[in-house]
Design a protein. Structure first.
Length: 415
């Protein structure tokens, strides 16, 4: 009984394999009659069935059918154009066939590389694919344009352009030295990058932006896409590190381009990691000690950490570079005032809270230096559009015993 069951199973398997082979033969016949859609329909089960003996051959046939369909419709379209006819033809089918034909060729080559039952790899269909598709890129570009412009179908537009852009890197063409690169190659890379970004496909956007950046004329636009794709796709700490490293690399490559510095500054400001910001500011100062913003950021970190002397020194560096940098002038005054308050608290008598004459003089020296910076801030920004100097000035005048000026500032504070 068991032997009979085994024979039955073997017979069933053989019958199934024969059935799949029959489908392939039928599909070939239909293709010969130019009945392409029927051929594709008949062949479909053989492409996925485990019983198909020559699956790579089935996929090669799929590619041939769709390529033949594409060529037939394209010939019809060309004839219409030459003879100035308005006879309708299957534009959608033509472009779908272009995409499907190349996709099937890729699948066929993937299977063609798999070892046979003896463990040997025998590439059978690659040369044919190379001959058929070497100059097929334009057809994929046109398919993408059709889906994008006429059908408003971004998915298929991006698919067509991606297939075109990735053609050279497929196993079919990766070793072909004279593979043609069309003059509009980088334009399509740019469109694919933009479309990927708009569709929130950020890895693809970054991939095609990097490709676009190979063209110096498009490098700036490509960098923008790369940056914002990386930024939008940040989810993990590793993503953030990759984003920052990319910006740093771009900054080193383009030291005069402020936007990379500004994007890094925005990142570190939002991250609220003072130590990381200070480390980055130090990196920037090492690269260019004349970068006033790097000194300002370093001073801001030191100021937030109550390192008054260090902060003042950083702000002074920024002011040396730009004497009218009012924010740094103001912050230097704030730091010195805060230092004076801290020193006063430190030196005050624990019982009375008062200061000796000598200690009061020490505090006064610092307050006078703070006053110099704060009055300069007032001079640079009289309407307090950038910095609010009235209250710090009131504090300093009051501490120095200048009642008239303190009253004047108090009126501004309460205004």
């Amino acid at each position: 009984m068991k032997k009979m069951m085994m024979i039955g199973l073997m017979a069933a398997a053989a019958s199934s394999a024969i059935a799949q082979d029959a489908l392939i033969k039928d599909a070939k016949k239909l293709m010969g009659k130019n009945e392409f859609d029927q051929a594709v329909q008949v062949l479909a089960p053989a492409l996925t069935s485990n019983e198909t003996v020559d699956k790579k051959g089935a996929w090669n046939l799929q590619s041939e059918i769709l390529h033949a369909k594409f060529m037939a419709i394209q010939t019809e379209a060309t004839t219409n154009q030459i003879e100035k006819k308005t006879t309708p033809y299957d534009t959608l089918g033509m472009h779908q066939a272009a995409i499907g034909s190349w996709e099937a060729a890729i699948k066929c080559d993937e299977l063609d590389q798999q070892p046979d039952e003896k463990g040997k790899v025998k590439i059978k269909y690659r040369q044919g694919s190379q001959n058929k598709f070497k100059n097929f890129g334009v057809s994929l570009v046109q398919a993408g344009q059709y889906f994008y412009q006429d059908r408003k179908d971004n998915e298929n537009a991006l698919k067509a352009w991606s297939l075109y852009l990735d053609m050279k890197s497929t196993s079919i063409f990766e070793e072909v030295k004279d593979f043609p690169k069309d003059p509009f190659y980088y334009d399509i890379a740019y469109y694919a990058a933009i479309l990927s970004y708009q569709m929130h496909k950020y890895p693809e956007a970054e991939k095609y932006a990097k490709l676009t950046a190979e063209d110096p004329a498009k490098a700036k636009e490509a960098q923008e896409i790369m940056i914002f794709s990386k930024k939008e796709s940040m989810k993990t700490k590793e993503d953030s590190v990759a984003y920052v490293n990319m910006l740093k690399d771009l900054r080193k490559q383009n030291p005069d381009e402020e936007r990379f510095f500004n994007l890094l500054m925005d990142y570190y400001t939002r991250a609220k990691d003072m130590n990381a910001m200070k480390a980055w500011a130090d990196e920037e100062i090492t690269i260019n000690s004349g970068n006033k913003m790097a000194w300002a950021l370093k001073g801001e970190v030191q100021m937030n950490q109550s390192e008054w002397d260090a902060a003042v020194e950083s702000y002074k560096k920024a002011i040396e570079i730009d004497p009218n940098f009012v924010q740094c002038v103001f912050n230097a005054g704030v730091c010195l005032n805060s230092k004076a308050i801290a020193l006063k608290d430190q030196l005050a008598d624990k019982n009375t809270g008062g200061l000796t004459k000598e200690n009061a003089e020490k505090v006064k020296v610092i307050l006078n230096e703070a006053l110099t910076y704060m009055e300069r801030a007032k001079e640079l920004d009289p309407d307090s559009e950038k910095v609010k100097w009235a209250y710090p000035l009131y504090q300093i005048y009051y501490a120095l015993g200048d009642k008239a000026k303190a009253d004047e500032m108090e009126k501004l504070v309460n205004k």
